[in-house]
Design a protein around this ligand. Structure first.
Ligand code: FES
Length: 113
């Protein structure tokens, strides 16, 4: 587990190095990667990087517990990180959305658990 966290940290550091402009197919807008924006996680304001996936940003801020399973009330977290397992289903701006395929945007309101 520590090895996986170290690999993610190296990936996060390499993302900080460049300024990249990407085109988001969902919102059909240009996103300036590595621009610092403010987001709200559980009613606390955090600084985040626009264009990064919500899952990566939560992981880097040590939010590993995203929600509880409806049937057995057990802790759920990230699993596939490609949008197929539905484990990262969280509330973003009052909508249930997968964190791993959603990009960070300015003023985003994220609710966990
Ligand atoms: S982690 Fe599997 S859908 Fe997001």
């Amino acid at each position: 587990m520590i090895c996986i966290i170290k690999i993610f940290n190296v990936f996060l550091l390499s993302c900080h190095a460049k300024k990249v402009i990407k085109y988001d197919l969902q919102s059909k807008k240009k996103i300036i990667m590595n621009r610092s924006v403010k987001i709200t996680i559980n009613n606390k304001i955090y600084e985040a990087t626009e264009g990064r996936s919500v899952a990566l940003e939560l992981f880097s801020k040590n939010f590993h517990h995203l929600r509880n399973s409806p049937k057995f009330n057990k802790k759920r977290g990230f699993f596939c990180m490609i949008g197929s397992c539905q484990e990262c289903l969280i509330t973003i701006d009052n909508k249930k959305i997968l964190a791993c395929i959603t990009k960070i945007k300015e003023g985003m309101k994220i609710e966990l658990y």
